[in-house]
Write a protein that binds this ligand. Structure first.
Ligand SMILES: [Zn+2]
Length: 321
């Protein structure tokens, strides 16, 4: 049986490397797709092609007319956006961000290509970010762990999806301070569905209340903090992410998640400080990467072991389970 576990882990690891390569595309393109979508919506709402009553009239009253230059500028902008090449996850093919060199299939093999190319574009020799192989390696190791622990089962696949979505949220929030709904919602739903079907081992009621209390807890902190300081310390994406983690791990796990996320925050802050990223004070660091990191740490250590190591984080014992 022990040999079979190693075979499962190896298969999971290889699949994870391949998925990790795709996650790099997700991390890079999902924010770009969001930016383009927001700009397109804004321009379309101001352009001459909009329905009546216009958005302008809905805001300023039926008698008001949108200034002509604003309509003209929106039409021009919309035409420019329409001329952009399509942008999706599958297309266009990956290119070097520096010289436009099209990345061929043999230059796109997880980890191996990075090592073979010695971290440089074959077209212009510009360095390829170390983040690419790191995301591939991390995803490979996380998938291998899921396959090792759960075998090649639905439960294993589900936790691998959990890991993949969190890796994306971690990196996207670090880059852009965004936590896309297009990743948060599938994460939340998969957690609830996994509980309902008995795949995550968390009772459905605990998953549901985990989502509710996870969202509410940060919502209260957010509005309390804003009331006291007049500033916004986090965003709605953070509430949704903690709701999703609550759905996966259960309501009684929320305190542990927040505690682990502050540890992750201290660790990540220290690393970024060492890397000199925080030397510029205007680089904002948000809460999302800490939450996503906490979810990944709980997966790696294993929920049962987290319970053993942090009994103080489960004051109500089995009450919420
Ligand atoms: Zn290049």
């Amino acid at each position: 049986m022990q040999e079979l576990r190693w075979i499962d882990a190896a298969a999971g690891g290889v699949l994870g490397l391949l998925i990790g390569s795709f996650l790099n595309v997700v991390i890079h393109r999902v924010p770009l797709m969001m930016y383009r979508g927001w700009l397109t919506d804004a321009l379309a709402n101001l352009s001459s092609s909009q329905d009546t009553p216009t958005l302008w009239q809905l805001v300023f009253g039926t008698g008001s007319a949108q200034p002509k230059p604003l309509v003209q500028a929106a039409d021009d902008g919309l035409a420019q956006v329409d001329n952009l090449p399509p942008l999706g996850l599958a297309r266009p093919a990956s290119r070097c961000g520096h010289c436009g060199h099209r990345i061929r299939w043999y230059e796109n093999i997880p980890l191996l290509s990075y090592l073979a190319l010695r971290g440089r574009c074959s077209g212009c020799r510009t360095g390829i970010g170390w983040r690419y192989p790191l995301v591939e390696l991390a995803t490979g190791l996380l998938f291998a762990l899921c396959a090792w622990r759960f075998g090649l089962t639905i439960t294993g696949a589900l936790w691998a999806a959990f890991a993949a979505l969190l890796v994306c949220q971690f990196a996207i929030d670090l880059d852009t301070q965004l936590l896309p709904d297009s990743l948060n919602y599938p994460l939340l739903w998969l957690g609830l569905i996994g509980a309902a079907a008995g795949w995550t081992g968390v009772p459905l009621s605990s998953a549901l209340w985990g989502a509710v209390f996870g969202y509410l807890a940060l919502w209260l902190v957010f509005h309390g903090y804003r009331l006291v300081t007049g500033k916004e310390g986090m965003g709605y994406g953070d509430f949704k992410l903690l709701a999703a983690l609550g759905a996966w791990l259960g309501a009684d796990f929320l305190i542990a998640i927040v505690l682990v996320s502050s540890l992750v925050g201290a660790l990540l802050g220290g690393l970024l400080l060492l890397a000199g990223r925080l030397a510029h004070k205007d680089i904002p660091i948000s809460f999302g990467p800490f939450l996503a990191g906490a979810g990944l740490v709980c997966l790696m250590i294993g929920p049962a072991t987290v319970r053993e190591w942090m009994p103080f984080a489960f004051p109500l014992g089995g009450l919420l389970r």
